[in-house]
Design a protein around this ligand. Structure first.
Ligand code: FAD
Length: 423
């Protein structure tokens, strides 16, 4: 058996979110020892819906969690854009229907995290994810990393925990990133606010379509996320209402901050389309969470010696084009490949950075230009009162080009995914 370049020393993964847990599964499968540290005391199913694009589903399938995902998630059949009057702008098949070797999944983030967490616990051993461990500092000696964690509740610090490398998968407020970039300041606010919730509803369209309606200043996104609910003839619809609220310092970024619907619902009161009742969906939600649309500027580097960044810590991006979780999963696969193929750890982390920093920076920047959703903004600018047929205002070739270009930038054009699958 080939020995891992880390020897017996584990890779220390900071953060048991989507990126950290996937990295743990991938490294373990490749024979690299890992330990995972999570700040919160208990993993709870937080968040609402999230999308997994085929390039990330392929990786998760190779990691053996495909069946668990399929039992829980909705296989997204199509993505469709509409204007604020509910008129169709663009629709494209997704997942298997689009010729990918694997589906696109829409899933509850908490369920996705739970599936990954259960797989890590089952394969690496119970307790392999150390909760109540918030990274506070570390030392890179050149030969190893020594990391110190604190229990938020007791304030007690751990003894230094030694590893061959440290991966900061600690999300948008990453302490690892802040240590390298202490002057970066808060996340960059788009001036747009998101209100997110789920509603138990009658299925709309085919029950598996992701829709977006509106334009850059006012948008509504919906997609069903529960296979169990669909099997019962219902639909658990994840939705996001979005409004431009002006720039300045972003409000606190807390995925669990609840707000009253009155804050935003009146703006959508007239959005009753014959294929979707937006006010009805909003009214049917029990709890609504507010989250500002923020990202961070691309960094010049992620890797410093034996320490690197992954997922949102490395490249927090606007939730446009459904790439946040998927790009974190792609990072996990790239890092694993390099740690298996390279001659030494520091080189592996540099190579991983070279593989992933450029492509993810492009996605961050493409999302600032509204990514594939720019078709909605173009339609609004050219025909604010609506149109007879979309091709009267946006030619088909222009629509096709925007959709295809974004897929290529984010790495999920069908031929790219098929090529990766054949590697
Ligand atoms: C509670 C929560 C709810 C979310 N809900 C949604 C959602 O509904 N829809 C959506 O699109 N995206 C959501 N996200 C973001 C989404 O998960 C990420 O954008 C994407 O999946 C990339 O994942 P990540 O692993 O890089 O970061 P995250 O999934 O954010 O995971 C980071 C993890 O690191 C832990 N952590 C942070 N600091 C430390 C530290 N110092 N030491 C140890 N651990 C630390 C955090 O507790 C967290 O578990 C949510 C994130 C969180 C944390």
């Amino acid at each position: 058996m080939t020995r891992s370049i880390t020897g017996d020393r584990p890779v220390l993964i900071v953060g048991a979110g989507i990126g950290g847990l996937t990295t743990a599964l991938a490294l373990h499968q490749a024979g690299v020892p890992v330990r995972v540290f999570e700040a919160v005391r208990a993993i709870r199913p937080l968040g609402v819906g999230i999308n997994l694009l085929p390039h990330s589903v392929r990786i998760l399938t190779d990691l053996g969690v495909g069946p668990a995902l399929a039992a829980t998630a909705i296989e997204t059949s199509a993505l469709a854009y509409f204007n604020k009057h509910g008129q169709p702008i663009w629709s494209e098949p997704r997942g298997l229907a689009a010729g990918y070797p694997v589906p696109q999944f829409s899933i509850h983030r908490g369920e996705l995290q739970w599936i990954l967490y259960q797989a890590v616990e089952a394969r690496l051993g119970s307790g392999s994810v150390l909760t109540g461990h918030e990274l506070v500092r570390w030392e890179d000696t050149g030969a190893e990393v020594r990391a110190v964690f604190v229990d938020r509740e007791t304030g007690r610090e751990s003894n230094p925990i030694r590893g061959a490398a440290l991966v900061g998968a600690d999300g948008i407020h990453s302490v690892v990133r802040r240590t390298f970039h202490p002057d970066e300041g808060p996340a960059r606010f788009s001036g747009r606010m998101l209100w997110r919730a789920v509603t138990d509803a009658e299925p709309y369209l085919d029950g598996r379509t992701m829709i977006m309606a509106g334009h850059q200043r006012q948008k509504f996104v919906a997609y069903p996320i529960s296979r169990v609910r669909a099997d019962r003839g219902r639909s658990l619809v994840n939705w996001i209402a979005e409004l431009e609220v002006g720039g300045g310092t972003p409000p606190r970024q807390d995925w669990s901050r609840e707000v009253a619907k009155e804050v935003f619902a009146p703006a959508f009161a007239s959005w009753r389309f014959d294929w979707l009742d937006v006010p009805g969906l909003i009214a049917g939600a029990e709890t609504v969470f507010e989250y500002p649309m923020v990202d961070r500027d691309p960094l010049p580097r992620w890797t410093h010696g034996r320490v690197t960044l992954l997922g949102d810590a490395a490249h927090a991006m606007y939730p446009i084009g459904s790439n946040g979780a998927s790009q974190a999963i792609l990072d996990a696969a790239a890092l694993t490949r390099r740690l298996v193929d390279s001659a030494d750890v520091e080189r592996a982390l540099e190579e991983y950075q070279d593989d992933r920093l450029g492509p993810t920076a492009e996605v961050v920047l493409a999302n600032r230009r509204n990514g594939p959703e720019q078709v909605m903004q173009i339609a609004e600018e050219r025909a604010p009162a609506g149109f007879g047929h979309i091709h009267d205002v946006i030619p088909r070739a222009e629509l096709e080009d925007i959709a295809a270009r974004y897929k290529r930038t984010a790495g999920f054009a069908p031929d790219q995914v098929r090529r990766e699958a054949a590697r």
